[in-house]
Ligand binder design. Structure first.
Ligand SMILES: NC(=O)c1ccc[n+]([C@@H]2O[C@H](COP(=O)([O-])OP(=O)(O)OC[C@H]3O[C@@H](n4cnc5c(N)ncnc54)[C@H](O)[C@@H]3O)[C@@H](O)[C@H]2O)c1
Length: 387
């Protein structure tokens, strides 16, 4: 028997996942939920949703959906809502998939408090939580995880993770979309009431695309950080109310490796989300694996792990063969599959709550260090996922 899944947040990113969750062979009932009714209606009228969507299973808010007997919720709402909604859903007895970031708000202590609350809720309820970090299912990351498990890197020496996304590359449009709905207008009012003119912190409060690679592949975590930031000099309209527009942190990891993380939003570069990993016996840079003798360039097919055949066939029917794995380096299909499979087989998802807080806390503490001019700070940790 399959599971039932409620899709919460059908905006631009949630829309990219709706057909995948609906098509998964282990999902036999789907519910739709968004505060913008037209976003629900758009999917409800599709032929592909006829089989698994019951007429009563469309909802205007998460609160309403949580009163039903749906097994799991997929939360792809705006970035300031995820942790609160995830904890609310766990407390209501639902398994949770959450889009990244864990939570992005101006106050770093508030983010750390929600890291703690999330781990507590997962432990207390025993329900499954998966963090939808796209980096984890890029082909490069899958390849590096395999190499790390084989011990092919040797001892980890150094890692670099970076997310370069200049504001001019679509970020204004993204902000306007997210703030333009009812949830966005409520948040704008909350921000003004709580923070006044200081309405943001810096990019290290959304660090997950750069921290995830080094942390998830090495199965280690950040223990210390010193970081520096640059206040906005170009995009004053966007980052003028924030502490910094670019932040760079240098970390010590629990395995003794060092790591440099760069989160830059004012950068003359087309944009990049990448990590590099160096070990005593092997190294991964871009699409190339190196040992001490030579480098071997790898194709996407050599790096990626294939999905099970029945999942591939179902996804191909909705995505088409050429876009089978979806966006963000082909990670979408794997993210949807991993969550459904973990819930259906009652196991901890590969990207767990314990991973989510590690990716997040590293950035929060980097921002705190940058505010103190590079002071060396400890990074809190909540331990490994059980099992
Ligand atoms: N690479 C990645 O992992 C990646 C890429 C893009 C976006 N994201 C994340 O995905 C999230 C969504 O981004 P988006 O661009 O689709 O945002 P969006 O604003 O287009 O969509 C969010 C939707 O959530 C709905 N919503 C909010 N509160 C709700 C509630 N209580 N009940 C029901 N619906 C509710 C809103 O009405 C809206 O339609 C963001 O947090 C973003 O950070 C991650």
């Amino acid at each position: 028997m399959g599971i039932s899944v409620g899709l919460v947040g059908l905006g631009s990113f949630g829309s990219a996942f709706a057909e995948l969750f609906n098509a998964h062979p282990l999902v036999d009932r789907v519910a739709l939920c968004d505060r913008v009714p037209e976003r629900v209606a758009e999917f409800a009228r599709r032929e592909s949703f006829r089989k698994k969507l019951r007429p009563a299973d469309t909802f205007a808010t998460l609160d309403e959906l949580l009163k039903t007997d749906i097994d799991a919720v997929v939360i792809i709402t705006q970035h300031w809502l995820h942790a609160k909604q995830a904890v609310q859903a766990l407390q209501a007895g639902k398994h949770v998939y959450s889009a990244v970031p864990l939570m992005c708000v101006p106050d770093g202590d508030e983010i750390l408090e929600w890291c703690d609350k999330l781990i507590g809720a997962v432990q207390r309820t025993g329900l499954r939580y998966m963090y939808g970090e796209t980096t984890c299912y890029r082909p490069q990351t899958m390849f590096c995880r395999r190499k790390a498990r084989e011990g092919a890197f040797g001892h980890f020496v150094y890692a670099e993770g970076e997310y370069f996304h200049d504001v001019d590359h679509g970020l204004r449009q993204v902000r306007d979309n997210r703030m333009g709905t009812v949830a966005g207008r409520e948040y704008a009012a909350e921000l003004a009431a709580r923070y006044g003119s200081r309405a943001a912190a810096g990019p290290m409060h959304y660090p997950t695309h750069s921290t995830a690679g080094p942390i998830w592949v090495t199965n280690a975590h950040m223990t210390k950080v010193c970081a520096w930031g640059q206040p906005a000099r170009v995009h004053l309209d966007f980052y003028g109310k924030a502490d910094f527009a670019n932040e760079t942190g240098f970390f010590l990891m629990s395995n003794g490796a060092t790591c440099r993380i760069a989160e830059w939003r004012e950068i003359g570069f087309p944009g990049r989300e990448i990590f590099r990993l160096y070990g005593t016996h092997g190294t991964f840079e871009h699409d190339t694996w190196y040992d001490k003798k030579a480098g071997t360039k790898l194709s996407v097919e050599e790096m990626r792990e294939p999905l099970p055949d029945d999942v591939l066939t179902s996804f191909a029917a909705v995505s088409g063969e050429s876009k089978l794995y979806g966006g963000h380096g082909g990670s979408h299909a794997w993210l949807a599959h991993e969550f459904v499979d973990a819930v259906a087989h009652d196991r901890t998802p590969a990207v767990s709550a314990w991973d989510a807080v590690r990716f997040t806390a590293a950035g929060v503490m980097a921002h705190k260090s940058a505010l103190k001019g590079g002071e060396l700070l400890d990074v809190p940790d909540w331990g490994d996922a059980p099992g």
